[in-house]
Design a protein around this ligand. Structure first.
Ligand SMILES: [Zn+2]
Ligand SMILES: [Zn+2]
Length: 104
C-alpha cells in the first residue's frame, strides 16, 4: 500500500492526502509539484527516478468485504525531510534530468 506522506520532503509544504500537488517516485519519496518541476526537474534526488502525480485515495470503502479507503488506511503523519544537501541534489539533477526515465 502506498504511504501517503504529509509533506514535501524538500520545502516542507503540507501535502494532504487529497492534494493534487503531490508528486512521488516509485519508492514513495514525496515532493510538491513546484519542487518536482523547478528544483528537481523530474529527478528524485534519492533514487534518480521520475516523479509522477500521487493518486488520491478515496475516502470511502466502495466494495463490500474490502476495507479500503482513507477511513481504513489513513495518510501518514510522519513528516519526512530529504537527507541530501542542495549541492548533492543539484549534482544528481544535472546528471539525470536529460535522460528519459526509462533509460536511467
Ligand atoms: Zn516542495
Ligand atoms: Zn526516489
Amino acid at each position: 500500500m502506498l504511504e501517503l506522506r504529509p509533506n514535501c520532503e524538500l520545502c516542507d509544504v503540507d501535502l494532504p492526502a487529497q492534494s493534487p500537488e503531490a508528486r512521488i517516485c516509485s519508492y514513495e519519496c514525496t515532493y510538491c509539484a513546484d519542487c518536482a518541476d523547478n528544483d528537481l526537474k523530474n529527478v528524485c534526488p534519492t533514487c534518480g527516478g521520475n516523479l509522477c502525480p500521487r493518486p488520491v485515495r478515496p475516502n470511502e470503502a466502495y466494495r463490500g468485504g474490502l476495507s479500503l479507503g482513507l477511513k481504513n488506511h489513513s495518510a501518514s503523519t510522519t513528516r519526512r525531510h530529504t537527507r541530501w544537501s542542495r549541492e548533492e541534489i543539484e549534482s544528481m539533477v544535472l546528471r539525470l534530468k536529460d535522460i528519459p526515465p526509462a533509460q536511467r
